[in-house]
Design a protein around this ligand. Sequence first.
Ligand code: FUB
Length: 305
Amino acid sequence: MKIKHYFPLPFILTFMPVSAENYISTRFSADPSVHFFNNKFYVYATNDQDNSGTYWDSTDWRLFSSADLKTWQDDGSFLDISVFAWAGKTAKAWAPGAIERNGKFYFFAPVGGKQIGVAVSDKPFTGFKDPLGKALIETPRDPNAGVEPIDPMAFIDKDGQTYLYFGTRIPKVVKLKQNMQQLDGDIQDIIIQGFPEDDKKKKYGEAPYLHEHNGTYYFTFSTGWPGQIVYATGNNPLGPFTYRGVIFDYLPISTNHQAIIEKDGKSYFFYHDGSSQGGGDHKRVIGFTELHYAKDGSILPITIK
Ligand code: FUB
């Protein structure tokens, strides 16, 4: 795999080109949730290959893995919507979020646009079961779940507290109990301050993602449809966050969805686009590249060449 970067001056204001060679698979898949579990990178994804081509209506999730970020293995459709008996058999399976806690692997799954389920397994690649028999989050059942509780993303802070992020148009966060299967308190709206007043397109759309770097919490998300991937920072996983800038510009498709992982002192930015042959709004492919910070902690923008 070859990734080409350069840092023109002033590099902070300029986008870094990324070669088109860094896709993890030619198979259509989207909405990466990336993790390092048991000495391997895993990318949990929406299965675009098997959708109708006119909507995101696939009913299972796809998994890819790599030991070295160079060679990727397609681990198949590892989880089907039927694991969630309470979900309709044709409920759409959208952007998932996985996480490991105490040797168990949790998979947060948005189904049908109104519910988020949780499945658990002893292995990151198979055996996921629904421990609850009902949705973990559901609208309108749960106060402040929002109209479309999708795109779950779980983050465990240094003190062991888990936070679950999700939501469309209004970003949401809720603490989870240690068992990862119960909400611990109210669902809260995330406050993002400092959007540029002269740019009404800078707002929260979907794809919430939290990571921590050098003691700062970075909240990244897509601004909408189409959307840019932008970021805001704060000193608490619950926010508030202050808008900082664009990481990844609009794509010629309607969605944009990112994940960021740090490993061995390097940071990686995973995304999807519709650039491969036959690709488009509903047929996306996942790529990644290194992500770099400036000395002041700002994220250097990235672009696809
Ligand atoms: O894949 C279906 C939806 O498209 C996801 O839930 C959104 O994040 C967008 O990428």
